[in-house]
Design a protein around this ligand. Structure first.
Ligand SMILES: Cc1cc2nc3c(=O)[nH]c(=O)nc-3n(C[C@H](O)[C@H](O)[C@H](O)COP(=O)(O)O)c2cc1C
Ligand code: SF4
Length: 415
């Protein structure tokens, strides 16, 4: 079941060092890359069907095609390394174990979109990854893989690493760009039509670390080889995560389309302590929860998760055993969302706080059915009346917890 496109070098000793990385294929895509025109590279990525691994699953090639040709301002690539979603720890593996893969991906992607400067916006708490990246970038400059003539070809590229200050919302691409511009990390209003992102008014692509790290394989091996993995609509592989009550937590690269239950039972070794499974949060904390009996026929791809009323998200599965209180799980998440709401929109700022507070009251056995109804009202307000999708996502997940485990919530109410 396990495949190795992105994770190939993870277990090789000193794989983060250029000398070792070069022996294991790193920078080998550049020869073919520079034999293609930027548009041909975009076409290759579009045909591969590569989808963004930051949570939304947007088609990468389609996003790149939105970049204007011959714009008066320079183009930029911004790599989203903010990785703050609870249950998600995959990008970190790339940055720690194979930073040169990310740099190679950045060279491929920047060349395709006509950028000569790329930024990596990294989660503030990822100090070790930041050091690994900076060291690898320094090595790449010294060896001529970055700078005025990348690998001796007539193409210039610089990379700057920028550390965030620890805000979850700065993973949202427009908040990230605001923060990178030196402002408060507040999401921007969405444009009416599809267009690139804008960094200091210049056309910009924002892509997740794993998305960018997938590009060298596609360029080296061609789009057809990438499509040998996965499904028609969700081609390729993803670094899936297993955490929570599971015997073998970790990150595993799998082709899209494998059965979720099989993955938990075989690769994951089953629920910790051989307990019964109660629920799974399928792709990071912002995905609707699934009951154990719902996962039987779910395959790990965008379409299957959607058809079963949830989302694939970042692929980080959180396993929950039968002894876990779902209201406590929800309270834990709402403490996080309450803290991380950027506060621009009243329904989000106040709503997350209210739900957090009332859940606390219920768990203290001081709440009533009326309090429970207030949670439902607050969730109603969160949905659809805000600047970004943070609040509607929180409303969706809250509804899934409450509707699927209503008895557990009712049992906490005094009347
Ligand atoms: C609240 C919120 C947090 C997000 N956090 C991240 C993150 O940490 N990393 C990430 O790559 N994308 C995150 N995203 C998605 C980004 O906005 C964006 O869609 C993504 O970086 C695009 O890259 P991709 O197309 O390669 O997935 C977040 C979105 C939202 C709404
Ligand atoms: S929905 Fe929440 S996180 Fe998003 S802009 Fe509004 S207040 Fe900020």
């Amino acid at each position: 079941m396990i495949v190795q496109i992105i994770s190939k070098n993870f277990k090789i000793e000193n794989s983060h060092k250029l000398k070792v990385a070069l022996k294991h294929d790193r920078y080998s895509s550049l020869k073919r890359l520079f034999s293609l025109t930027p548009n041909e590279v975009i076409e290759e990525v579009a045909k591969s069907g590569l989808r963004g691994k930051g949570g939304g699953g947007a088609h990468t090639g389609d996003k790149w095609k939105l970049m204007p040709q011959n714009h008066e301002k320079p183009s930029y690539l911004v790599v989203n390394a903010d990785e703050s979603e609870p249950g998600t720890f995959k990008d970190r593996q790339i940055m720690e174990h194979d930073p040169h893969l990310l740099i190679e991906g950045i060279i491929n992607s920047s060349y395709a979109i006509g950028a000569n400067h790329a930024y990596i916006y990294i989660r503030g708490e990822y100090l070790f990854c930041t050091k690994r990246l900076n060291d690898a970038i320094e090595e790449a400059y010294k060896a001529g893989y970055l700078g005025k003539k990348v690998a001796g070809f007539d193409y210039k590229l610089d990379i700057t690493v920028h550390r965030g200050a620890g805000a979850y919302i700065c993973g949202e691409k427009s908040a990230l760009l605001e923060s990178l511009e030196g402002k408060r990390g507040h999401p921007r209003l969405k444009p009416q039509q599809k267009e690139p992102e804008w960094f200091f008014g210049a056309p910009t692509v924002v892509n997740n670390v794993e998305t960018i790290a997938s590009v060298p394989y596609i360029i080296s091996n061609g789009f057809k080889n990438y499509r040998n993995y996965g499904t028609q609509e969700s081609p390729g592989t993803m670094l899936f995560g297993l955490s929570g009550h599971v015997e073998n937590p970790g990150i595993y690269e799998l082709p899209f389309g494998v059965n979720m239950k099989d993955v938990i039972e075989t690769i994951g070794g089953g629920v910790k302590g051989s307990k019964k499974l109660k629920a799974v949060i399928p792709g990071g904390s912002s995905c609707q929860i699934l009951k154990a009996d719902e996962i039987e026929n779910i395959t790990l791809d965008y379409e299957s998760l959607k058809a079963h009323g949830s989302t694939l998200g970042t692929g980080g599965m959180i396993i929950i055993d039968k002894d876990t209180s779902i209201p406590k799980v929800m309270k834990n998440l709402f403490e996080f969302y309450h803290h991380e709401s950027c506060g621009q929109c009243t329904p989000c700022r106040e709503g997350c706080g209210w739900v957090d507070k009332i859940l606390g009251k219920l768990l203290d056995k001081k709440g009533t059915r009326k309090d429970f109804d207030t949670i439902l009202d607050a969730c109603e307000m969160l949905n659809g009346k805000t600047i970004c999708v943070f609040a509607p996502s929180v409303a969706f997940i809250a509804n899934s917890y409450i509707s699927k485990f209503q008895d557990e919530f009712y049992s906490l109410c005094k009347n």
